[in-house]
Design a protein around this ligand. Structure first.
Ligand code: G
Ligand code: G
Ligand code: MN
Ligand code: NA
Length: 254
């Protein structure tokens, strides 16, 4: 059996699951959101990383049912946390190019929000620069449609694509996620430090929210904090984890 066939079956057999990685507001120390990340536990091969199965899903079109499953599961989980008394927790979901460009994407998102009863503002869609820059006019329309429905919009892996913040001011984007590759070697790498500083400064003047990804060490945190980066995500705070484990953290604190 090839990976495509087994991925198709995995969806039906419930071998996919989500883990959630906390996003922190440094000033309050509170978890303001979580990013949902897909995992696949293959009955024989064990855990298959998304780097392996997401590209296959994209090539084969399986990303459409898979992406819909991720969106529904993540929204239902966020709604359940809300019902359990975790206020205002936002759920971030990664969206692939094929999903975003599908003519029924908007309807699918709306239907899932209705089914799960999640406040649209508590859903954040993560899009990469390459997705929105591929076809700028269509992207602006789709993003605007999502934004008028009050859905939160983020640019993932910011800085790795070929867009610029000047360009992004034409998009109804709420926040940018500074890519892990720039965060990795701050504060020591002078180039990365300059890039991160520039992104933070420009985001500030364009009134965009910013979150730094891949924060693993205190020296990275210190650099970001000094430059007024308020939100962070990374192993330093918490790894992606199953919902049950996160529920414990919500009741106990990180
Ligand atoms: O969770 P991890 O850091 O291993 O994820 C690796 C890559 O897989 C990241 O680029 C992440 O965005 C992507 N990924 C994880 N889950 C999903 C998903 O549900 N949908 C899409 N499109 N990509 C995902
Ligand atoms: O492309 P995207 O940003 O969606 O991918 C997120 C990926 O980054 C996930 O696979 C997640 O497991 C991983 N990740 C999250 N925090 C850290 C971190 O602090 N260090 C490293 N190396 N990876 C991280
Ligand atoms: Mn992401
Ligand atoms: Na990212």
């Amino acid at each position: 059996l090839n990976l495509e066939t087994s991925l198709r079956q995995a969806l039906k057999r419930g071998e996919l699951f989500l883990v959630y990685q906390p996003q922190l507001d440094l000033a309050s120390g509170r978890i303001t959101g979580v990013e949902a990340l897909a995992r696949w536990r293959h009955p024989e091969k064990g855990l298959i990383p998304p780097e392996k199965f997401i590209p296959i899903a994209e090539e084969t079109g399986l990303i459409l049912p898979l992406g819909e499953w991720v969106l529904r599961t993540a929204c239902a989980q966020a709604r359940a946390w809300q019902a359990a008394g975790v206020p205002g927790l936002r759920i971030a979901v990664n969206v692939s190019a094929r999903q975003f460009n599908h003519p029924e994407f908007l309807e699918t998102v709306e239907r899932i929000l209705q089914e799960t009863g999640l406040d649209p503002n508590l859903l954040e869609l993560e899009l990469t620069e390459s997705i929105v820059m591929e076809n700028v006019q269509d992207a602006i329309m789709t993003l605007t449609d999502l934004k008028v429905r009050n859905i939160h919009l983020a640019i993932d892996d910011f800085g790795t694509g070929y867009s610029s913040l000047t360009y992004l001011k034409h998009f109804p984007i709420d926040r940018i996620k500074i890519a892990q590759e720039f965060v990795r070697d701050i504060p020591n790498d002078a180039d990365d430090a300059a890039i991160v500083e520039a992104i933070l400064a420009m985001a500030g003047s364009l009134n965009l929210e910013v979150i730094a990804e891949g924060v693993e060490r205190k020296d990275q945190l210190g650099f970001l904090h000094q430059r007024r980066c308020k939100e962070m995500q990374g192993y330093y705070f918490a790894r992606p984890m199953p919902a049950e484990q996160l529920a414990e953290i919500f009741s106990r604190g990180l």
